[in-house]
Design a protein around this ligand. Structure first.
Ligand SMILES: Nc1ncnc2c1ncn2[C@@H]1O[C@H](COP(=O)(O)OP(=O)(O)OP(=O)(O)O)[C@@H](O)[C@H]1O
Length: 263
């Protein structure tokens, strides 16, 4: 049997976003090495789940409930940030426009947003950034300011920023939102490549089309509850997906990509 090593264990957790109870009794276990897509309609609690993992919100303390990350109920924030990379729209909005693309990636090494002007990066840090940028094929955007990049380029750059720490887990929160077709395709190519690497990829999305075949597992989240958990191939079928979205639909699978059309 495969040696299962959970990096996230959530048991019977209740959590709130402001006045809204998002999770009443959430139980979830994610395994290191299993690229997993978390799919759910708008308002199902996807962002709240990312916030729970990144410790931006905390579960209600109650008997029998627990949230363990890498086997521990407590984890220092700097350890959490170096072991789990998160790429979200929030980070994109907070990154200053004038900072160069290279400095955006460098800032990931320091866990900062932007770079302190007095800081002189070490030569090996610059080499590390250059190596990663060339591995990801981002040489074209390397020297430009963040504010002059397209949305797709920004998104890919922030992935590079997260990957500079070689995190064990990379969470991509709605990575293709607002991207045009070319930018989406470039990003999906990048996600496929990442899925074949060392880092475990967690993709949070409401779009079935974002789930590439390299994601072994898929979880359906609906109204704060996990309603299905299984292999991507089993779950991304017309009948279970129709139930998740409460609408008749048909799934087409071409060249490793899923497409959904009205049923
Ligand atoms: N700041 C907030 N205060 C109160 N309620 C909130 C807040 N943010 C979200 N909610 C509510 O919490 C629930 C879960 O929201 P969440 O943002 O986690 O859903 P989501 O699945 O990420 O949705 P989307 O796909 O639209 O981003 C929703 O009912 C939402 O209306």
């Amino acid at each position: 049997m495969k040696d299962e090593n959970p990096w996230l264990e959530i048991k019977d957790v209740e959590a709130w976003l402001g006045p809204t109870q998002v999770f009443r009794s959430l139980t979830l276990r994610l395994i290191q090495g299993e690229n997993t897509a978390i799919l759910g309609p708008n308002g199902s609690g996807k962002t709240a789940l990312v916030k729970l993992i990144s410790r931006n919100i905390y579960p209600i303390v109650k008997r029998g409930s627990s949230l363990k990350i890498f086997g521990n109920q407590t984890i220092k924030l700097n350890q959490l940030r170096s072991r789990i990379g998160v790429v979200s729209t929030d980070l994109e909005v907070r990154t200053p426009d004038l900072i160069s693309a290279m400095d955006v990636v460098l800032s990931g090494l320091y866990g900062s947003i932007g770079i302190n002007r007095n800081l002189i990066p070490k030569e090996e840090e610059i080499k590390q950034v250059q190596k990663l940028i060339s591995e990801l094929g981002f040489e074209d955007i390397y020297a430009r300011p963040f504010g002059q990049l397209s949305d797709g380029e920004r998104r890919r750059l922030l992935i590079a920023r997260a990957m500079i720490n070689k995190p064990e887990i990379l969470i991509l929160d709605e990575p293709t939102n607002g991207l045009d077709l070319k930018a989406r395709h470039q990003l999906l190519k990048c996600i496929r490549m990442l899925c074949n690497g060392e880092t475990t990829i967690i993709l949070i999305t409401h779009r079935v089309e974002d789930i590439v075949k390299e994601m072994q597992r898929t979880i359906f989240l609906k109204k704060g509850e996990i309603i299905r958990y299984g292999s991507t191939n089993d779950l991304l079928q017309s009948e279970p997906l129709g139930k998740l979205y409460d609408t008749p639909l048909e799934v087409i699978f071409v060249n490793g990509h899923y497409q959904v059309i009205p049923g």
